[in-house]
Design a protein around this ligand. Structure first.
Ligand SMILES: CC(C)(COP(=O)(O)OP(=O)(O)OC[C@H]1O[C@@H](n2cnc3c(N)ncnc32)[C@H](O)[C@@H]1OP(=O)(O)O)[C@@H](O)C(=O)NCCC(=O)NCCS
Length: 222
């Protein structure tokens, strides 16, 4: 998440280029926010409102996230922008804590994510949602999901709701003309053969490393 702020007006911007509205501030997420993001996103993953994200996945992609916080620094919500490439980005995991809803934080989060897409030169932004009315406010329109193969291959292919999806696909900007992802096919899983037999040990071979005999963490010679 970049900290630049080309879409916000001068009155909204601050020296730290944070996005302010109704007391809420939006900034790029830090690793220290990962626990809050993890808990809030997954609190709404049980009923399918949001895709479940593992803690490891959030840490790995924390730079995709923006967080909203109160003037006192209290975490209010988050959202992420996933970049597929110059042709497409996706708004993901956008959520505001129940007690902070209706105060502008969600709107500020999505504007910050759209601004990030613009800074990256991406004009097509997609998302899947059950609440299209919210996203109409921000220039998204309903799209045929088959026009978004990257999204399908990234998430839908492995989703238990693949054939019972109740989400609406939406796009802002032109439909992407290309895709970079495709079906993942592994014809035959390649298993690494375990080395059976004697494990050469430095001490046994006259070495001086002093490892305990029988220490099988020493890698076997091929
Ligand atoms: C959707 C969500 C992020 C909105 O956050 P928020 O902070 O309440 O939104 P804001 O206060 O910034 O509202 C911005 C605008 O959207 C409207 N809005 C808010 N929630 C809406 C909804 N569910 N449907 C339609 N419009 C909505 C507001 O009325 C406001 O309109 P206005 O600018 O004309 O006054 C929040 O309700 C939420 O966390 N929902 C649960 C998670 C979820 O469904 N996320 C989307 C997954 S794709």
């Amino acid at each position: 998440m970049s900290s630049s702020a080309s879409l916000i007006t001068a009155s909204e911007s601050t020296a730290s280029t944070r996005h302010r509205a109704g007391g809420a501030t939006v900034r790029g997420a830090k690793l220290q926010d990962a626990v809050n993001i993890f808990e809030l996103v997954n609190s709404l993953s049980g009923d399918g409102t949001l895709l479940r994200r593992s803690y490891a996945e959030i840490c790995e992609n924390v730079r995709d996230f923006a967080v909203a916080e109160s003037e006192a620094g209290v975490f209010l919500g988050c959202g992420a922008l996933h970049l597929y490439g110059p042709h497409l980005a996706e708004v993901r995991s956008i959520v505001v804590k129940p007690e902070a809803k209706g105060q502008g934080a969600g709107g500020r989060l999505i504007r910050a994510l759209l601004e990030e897409a613009e800074e990256q030169g991406v004009v097509s932004v997609c998302l899947f949602t059950r609440i299209p009315d919210f996203f109409f406010h921000f220039g998204f329109r309903v799209a045929d999901r088959t026009t978004l193969p990257d999204k399908i291959y990234k998430d839908c292919q492995a989703c238990p709701r693949l054939y019972a999806c109740d989400e609406v696909a939406m796009v802002r900007g032109p439909l992407p003309k290309i895709a970079v992802l495709g079906p993942s096919r592994i014809a035959q899983p390649e298993l690494v053969k375990l080395q059976v037999g004697h494990i050469a040990h430095p001490v046994e071979e006259g070495g001086s490393l002093g490892a305990a005999p029988g220490n099988s963490s020493v890698p076997a010679k091929p």
